[in-house]
Design a protein around this ligand. Sequence first.
Ligand SMILES: [Zn+2]
Ligand SMILES: [Zn+2]
Length: 253
Amino acid sequence: MEKIYMIPVNDAYNEEGGCPICRLRDKSEMNYLEYYLGPSLMEPDTRKITNKTGFCPVHMGKLNQSVTNRLGLGLMMHTHLKDFNDDLNPKMKSAIPAKAGLLKGRNSDYKQKLNAVADLIDKRTGTCPICDNMNEAMGHYVEVICWMFSHDKDFKEKFLRAECHCLPHTALLLRQASKLSQNEASDFVEALYTNNSQTFDSLISDVEYFTLKFDYRNTDKPWGTSKNSIQRSMRFLSSDGRDFDEQQSKKQS
Ligand SMILES: [Zn+2]
Ligand SMILES: [Zn+2]
């Protein structure tokens, strides 16, 4: 089993609170953002990739928020735009439907051409090397998590004590578990199931308490653990925490 993935996995499970796999994802995202904003941006091999792919909306936003290497970002954007234009421009031009004249008649071929150009745009704007690299890293991480669960007693304990595994990452772990032997999968999925149902139970009860706090008779009761239960539920349901931090709702109230 690859050791380079074990250290970050252990670190993520050593930290308290939330989903450890979300922490692994955030760290790996940070590393790749730094990588693509670093000297690699000027390397021909990297540029060959980013000229073709650009970045997805989420990662363009994160690259934009970063204050480092604005020049590199500009150079990357310049050659990406040129590459995109060279690819799209002739195809889009040739897809302009000819006007149906009296002699020429109608030609439904243009519909196919327009959809093909739209597909090309969707495909190109949907590709992102940061997403690709992260997906690959996450694949290694869940593989290591399953392996350590059955081979490392300390890690198994940490896995059982994890506050939660968010639902998208539970799905990732279930898919990985489907590749294990039946006995290994049995222990692992039972632990995952227990963790998952405990999270559901505690969130359901916290969110219910949150709503009951709006009853004037409960005004003086303490919030307990329910105060941020909406945000915790959002993070559990979707794993992506961009707008689900407690600060956002404080601003509104
Ligand atoms: Zn997660
Ligand atoms: Zn991306």
